[in-house]
Design a protein around this ligand. Sequence first.
Ligand code: NAP
Length: 235
Amino acid sequence: MKQTALVTGGAKGIGAEICRKLATAGWNVFVNYYTSKPEAEALAAEIGGTPIQADVRDFGQVNEMFSATGPIDLLVNNAGIAYYGLFPELSLQKWRELFAVNVDGVFHCTQCALPHMLREKRGNIINIASVWGMVGASCEAAYATTKAAVIGLTKSLAKELGPSGIRVNCVAPGAIDTDMVQALSEEDLAAVQGETPLGSVGQPRDVAHLVEFLASHRARYITGQVISPNGGLVI
Ligand code: NAP
């Protein structure tokens, strides 16, 4: 029987490519979206998956989503937002907004996915963090801090849930060509490319291949790891 995956923020960017790759590998995929309904519906039709709406900030909506999907074998916590600006100009509201999506969202979805995984004594959680959560980032303090929190949660849950047969890993990409990176100025983007030994930003498929591997039985002995597809930007 097909195993079931749910990818948050699956309608576009990195999430969409993860959905495609998992579907190709034989997973039954739920494509979570918040605002990108047409994209989610088109992608679900393309891959034979199911679109499902929920704002990951809202525990009630996330709970309803998991009631609708039924048991999930693989949760990919991919939904995320970024913000670029100097720290003294960072408002508390913006700080909390980033935490609500990037950290609370992961908390809500993981809480809802776990009861089934714990009953079954198997399951797989993959959190999409960022290379900036590993090394910090000037002008992205809030974003980097949320992603560092996701890395901390990944490592803690890997220790707590390993004895229950549940693997928890983190993928921490460098700059990947999506709408999120389009928000950077041309100069900033050129600077990132210049600092990247492989000389370019990555593509969503560079992340998706890794997620599909971590989701597979080939990665059965890998848990608690932070793996960073980043073109050598951080070594
Ligand atoms: P993106 O194209 O901007 O996509 C962001 C996704 O997050 C969208 O699908 C969006 O859903 C979803 N989302 C935002 N708020 C949400 C909410 N409240 N509830 C549910 N979903 C929500 O960005 P991306 O580059 O693909 O980013 C995907 C992940 O990779 C993020 O966690 C990001 O931090 C991480 N990442 C990206 C890069 C990069 O360079 N691109 C590097 C490192 C890490 P809707 O469109 O449906 O609203």
